[in-house]
Write a protein that binds this ligand. Sequence first.
Ligand code: SF4
Length: 91
Amino acid sequence: MMGIIIMTGIALIASIILVNIEAYVNQKDALEEDFLKLLPGLNCGACGFGSCSGMAKAMMENPENYKRCRPLRGDALREMEAFLKQKNLVK
Ligand code: SF4
């Protein structure tokens, strides 16, 4: 009987941990998608990351990488900066 209670407790704790890990991964995927939507989408490679999706991935490591996107200008640049500030990803 005690074994069943212990195993149930372990399963419950493991499921809570897995749910939290999944939520964290989904949150990171959503942020990368947001970065990609805010980039110009030219896939010119001028940033050095090969494509806009490469840049979005690089921004997950360092959000300041957006500054390496030369085509990102004007309203699109201001929109990116406002987004990053809103998320507290840049100063
Ligand atoms: S420089 Fe900008 S537009 Fe060109 S691939 Fe990089 S992120 Fe995309």
